[in-house]
Design a protein around this ligand. Sequence first.
Ligand code: PA5
Ligand code: MN
Length: 186
Amino acid sequence: MVALNLGAGMLRSFKKRVEVKLSDLKGFFYDHEAVVKTLSGGRDLLIYEYYENPQPEIEGNLNFGVTIINPGKVGIEYYMTRGHYHAKQHAAEIYVGLKGEGMVIMQTKGGQLAHMPIRRNDAIYIPAFWAHRTVNVSSTELAFLYAYPSGAGHDYDVIKHKGFAKLVVERQGQPKVIANPRFIKG
Ligand code: PA5
Ligand code: MN
């Protein structure tokens, strides 16, 4: 049993903490120049982190944890996770919003697209075969609980090379979902 600290949007205990910094996200944000400029200024910012209780990769087991995305932008694009397909693509996932406001963007290799808000108390079902990325559109941390089959794995390469069809950017102070001009289908 792991207690949730719902008020803080955190697990009370965890086995693993992973930090994802701007340098880990090269090739994921649209504005490469902004990434290079920030990194060459000696600033490798913490974009998000996750706290997990991994389970042995046995059929039927689930991994669960909490992801926390900091507020901020690279160029006009909000801070976000890399996003991935599950390596075992038939694995679905559930997210539950704990804190802040964000957007989950999803797509399939067959060209289906979806995006939906995630806020405290929202449960999001990510079906099998859908890539998923979470974006923090608020000025505070975005925290959400996740649970997925422990053997699912993460395929980041497709996203790194082809991108997501949609970007979430700030326009006139508001979040907007726009088409990614550099998206490669498939
Ligand atoms: O499996 C999930 O979807 C989450 O646990 C994510 O791994 C987590 O939010 C971090 O995102 P990513 O794995 O895309 O870096
Ligand atoms: Mn996932």
